[in-house]
Design a protein around this ligand. Structure first.
Ligand SMILES: Nc1nc2c(c(=O)[nH]1)N[C@H]1C(S)=C(S)[C@@H](COP(=O)(O)OP(=O)(O)OC[C@H]3O[C@@H](n4cnc5c(=O)[nH]c(N)nc54)[C@H](O)[C@@H]3O)O[C@H]1N2
Ligand SMILES: Nc1nc2c(c(=O)[nH]1)N[C@H]1C(S)=C(S)[C@@H](COP(=O)(O)OP(=O)(O)OC[C@H]3O[C@@H](n4cnc5c(=O)[nH]c(N)nc54)[C@H](O)[C@@H]3O)O[C@H]1N2
Ligand code: SF4
Ligand SMILES: [Mo]
Length: 713
């Protein structure tokens, strides 16, 4: 029998055609009839079957007994978890318990809707998530430019004639903050209709190979390039005639860009002045053009400025909220306006600061770069307890080695996760949710970031057994217990709890669909609902992107602010701070990997090793490093030994290492991953290197020294 579902593993939302025989998956292919992905899928989609069957995947809760873990029932595990967290809060204050929500939270509607309710129930200000090692700069820029942190325009790939990509490699990552499955075909289509694709990246990536032009840039200097492009675009003025009428403070932007000449940018970036000028000219000349920048720009020292200038540049070239430019999708559930607290707040900044280093809260969270120091530094407000959910910060956050040691110091820790891995091995209780094939799926976040409007609902492929719990059930179990322990479990709480339990994930989605822009308002008889989506198992096509920025901003902002004060002020830091010395470490991604997990699937790990240090031939020769030799890589915070891959895809002075490896740590229950352990790039990244404006980790551009392992004393 064939079942049509959406792959929940990354942002691409590929449609899957899954064949089953009884309780077994026999094959997973791309669904040709999916209106968004049209048959595309990457090697991870089919790996969902192996993930489901993985004997190492936890099916029952674990509790710590001394040095080992033992299986326990759900009631006992939930009691222990709630009591442990409550005890720490009673003894040391609410903020002494921290929370960390990882990336898969947003890929599971149950986790996305219900895990934040646990955080709320804990009433702690010590909230952390993967956002501050990822897209934080995008949220802050959107908040200050458009008035809401989730108004995130995406490239209108179907109609653009010029795509400038900085610090993103969608042919490996399948796109991020730009849901666009099948990027290779989409790039090809742009070029086939006479358009141009240009990539700016210190590495000649898979995407750069598929583009018309590649410019190798010195890491961390993109803000200079973007400022020079913006200055040029304003000076030549071709796009200003179609500047969105509600875009304001152009004069402030113009004045702020004055120092950033093409020549100054050339000196900083390592690009030729003539190349920058040609890049600017082509961008301004194209009738429909769009600039897009991702991880390479988001997680560097000037990530905030970069993401602001991308909006500014798209605006002054006349391509903001315009076909073929940067446009807002029109999702069926709009998180900017969703009902019942389902939605996302408009954003906030600096309402409180981290205790030790004083970094600002953004959107209600503190930057995860401060998590370890908040545990290790004694004093009033010290962190003593932690809840992690769908996250592996030991491998995914800067100076993960320090965090690994810090977690040992906690009085109590709970992890909601189905693996016993580098992070969860520190927990006192592990609560494993069901596998992705045993839960419903509707992509709350990524329809909102998709280059074409669609909607699709997937029911669970398999019924979870009576002993299994979905994320929302785990969350409600913890919330009820925390409420009772606090003596705050009155009529109101019980009623709300009963409603949520009755609705469950699909019920909530149904309500949100009906209340949304394609719901009852559009048609009382035929509006979108869960039932209607069930009748369209491949998904429903809701059409191309349409201009909608002013309407989308209503209630949040009356103008597009081209020059938010805090960003403009931060330009002084850009001009002042010298480049960092030494070799510069950047990250990369591989189709067969997904952050720090999916490494326990043999099929994905088979083949050429992923975790290698890529280095330019001349940088290698200077260090007597040949292909396959073991290098010792050192940074301020740590060192690792890793095989090198000598390749002229790297620019000189820059080395590249993927993150998410380093599975050799003691006590990890990942049989396959341990055989392909690799090393963790975040044993090198430095928690002190952040963009001080946003607090986001500057993972990219970490200064390192590289030597032959055997030569090092
Ligand atoms: N050096 C460097 N570091 C990086 C990056 C980089 O480019 N370079 N990238 C950063 C980015 S963009 C991100 S998003 C972060 C990711 O960082 P994290 O979110 O901290 O880590 P993940 O590797 O996504 O780990 C996901 C965890 O969730 C578990 N899990 C998987 N599915 C589910 C589920 O459905 N429910 C629950 N409860 N658990 C689940 C997995 O077992 C795993 O433990 O890493 C960041 N770290
Ligand atoms: N296969 C696979 N797919 C994934 C993931 C995965 O781990 N594996 N993770 C998912 C997640 S959570 C995310 S957030 C997305 C990320 O999606 P992307 O941002 O597309 O992914 P990266 O491969 O990290 O691309 C960052 C690029 O920036 C470059 N770079 C580094 N520093 C600089 C710099 O200073 N300037 C410039 N211009 N470029 C720089 C790097 O060389 C790299 O090519 O991918 C998602 N998809
Ligand atoms: S690109 Fe791969 S991991 Fe991402 S949604 Fe598609 S099949 Fe899943
Ligand atoms: Mo991410």
């Amino acid at each position: 029998m064939t079942h049509y579902r959406t792959c929940p593993l990354c942002e691409a939302m590929c449609g899957l055609a899954i064949e089953t025989e009884g309780e077994r998956v026999t094959s997973i292919r791309g669904d040709d009839a999916d209106p968004l992905s049209r048959g595309y899928l990457c090697p991870k989609g089919p790996a969902l079957a192996a993930l489901h069957e993985d004997p190492d995947r936890l099916r029952r809760p674990l509790k710590r007994e001394g040095d080992r873990f033992v299986e326990v029932g759900w009631a006992e595990a939930l009691d222990l978890a709630a009591e442990g967290l409550h005890r720490v809060q009673q003894a040391r204050g609410r903020d002494a318990v921290a929370t960390y929500l990882g990336n898969p939270t947003i890929h599971s509607p149950g986790a996305a809707m219900f895990t934040p309710m646990i955080v709320k129930a804990l009433r702690t200000r010590s909230r952390f998530s993967a956002t501050s090692v990822d897209q934080l700069a995008h949220h802050l820029a959107a908040h200050w430019v458009f008035g809401h942190q989730f108004l995130l325009p995406v490239p209108d790939l179907a109609r653009t004639e010029h795509l400038l990509i900085l610090g993103a490699n969608p042919l490996a990552s399948n796109g991020s903050l730009m849901t666009a499955p099948g990027m290779r075909a989409r790039l090809k289509a742009i070029r086939a209709r006479g358009g141009r694709v240009v990539v700016v990246d210190p590495r000649r990536t898979e995407t750069a190979e598929a583009a018309d032009a590649h410019h190798a840039i010195r890491p961390g200097t993109d803000a200079w390039l973007l400022a020079a492009l913006t200055r040029y675009a304003i000076a030549h003025g071709r796009g200003l005639g179609r500047l969105a009428p509600h875009a304001e403070r152009l004069e402030v932007l113009r004045a702020a860009m004055a120092p950033f000449t093409v020549e100054a940018a050339a000196a900083q970036t390592g690009l030729e002045a003539s190349a920058i000028e040609a890049m600017a000219d082509a961008l301004c000349r194209a009738d429909r053009a769009v600039v897009y920048g991702r991880m390479g720009l988001s997680t560097q020292r000037f990530g905030g400025i970069c993401q602001w200038l991308i909006h500014a540049l798209n605006a002054v070239t006349g391509n903001l909220d315009r076909e073929g430019g940067a446009m807002l999708p029109s999702p069926a559930i709009d998180l900017v306006r969703a009902p019942f607290g389902l939605g996302i707040g408009r954003g906030s900044y600096g309402r409180w600061r981290s205790r030790v280093r004083g970094l600002p809260e953004v959107g209600g969270e503190l930057p995860v770069a401060v998590l370890a120091e908040e545990i290790l530094t004694e004093g009033e407000g010290q962190l003593r307890g932690l809840l992690t959910s769908a996250g592996n910060p030991v491998l995914s956050t800067p100076n993960g080695g320090q965090l690994d040691r810090a977690l040992e110091e906690l009085d109590f820790m709970v992890s909601v996760d189905f693996y016993l891995n580098e992070t969860t091995r520190h927990a006192d209780v592990i609560l494993p949710p069901v596998s992705p094939l045993e839960r419903p799926h509707y992509d709350l976040a990524f329809h909102q970031l998709a280059v074409h409007n669609t909607a699709k609902l997937s029911d669970p492929l398999f019924e979870a057994g009576p002993d299994a719990r979905q994320e929302w059930q785990i969350a409600l179990g913890l919330i009820e217990r925390l409420g009772r322990l606090r003596g705050r479990w009155g009529l109101k709480e019980r009623a709300r709890h009963a409603t949520l339990a009755r609705l469950g994930v699909t019920g909530m989605i149904d309500v949100a669909l009906r209340a949304g822009p394609y719901g009852l308002r559009r048609s009382p008889t035929d509006g979108l609902s869960a039932a209607k989506l069930r009748r369209h198992p491949h998904g429903i096509d809701l059409g191309p992107l349409v201009p909608r920025l002013p309407e989308a901003m209503e209630g949040f902002a009356t103008r597009i602010d081209l020059a938010p004060g805090a960003f403009v002020d931060d330009l002084a830091r850009l001009e002042r701070e010298p480049p960092e010395p030494g070799l510069s470490l950047v990250g990369r991604r591989h189709l067969r990997s997904n952050n720090s997990w999916m490494h326990n699937v043999e099929k994905l790990m088979a083949g050429k090793a992923i975790c290698t240090l890529q280095i330019h031939p001349e940088d290698a020769a200077e260090r007597s490093l040949t292909d396959g030799a073991l290098a010792r890589v050192r940074s301020r915070v740590g060192e690792v030994e890793v095989p090198v891959e000598v390749t002229d895809a790297m620019m000189r002075g820059v080395v590249s290492l993927p993150h998410g490896f380093g599975h050799g740590r003691e006590g990890v229950r990942l049989g396959v991953a341990r055989a392909h352990a690799g090393v963790s790039a975040n044993d090198l990244t430095d928690e002190r290197r952040v963009d001080p404006l946003t607090g986001a980790a500057a993972l990219n551009g970490t200064p390192v020294e590289v030597a032959r392992a055997t030569d090092v004393p």
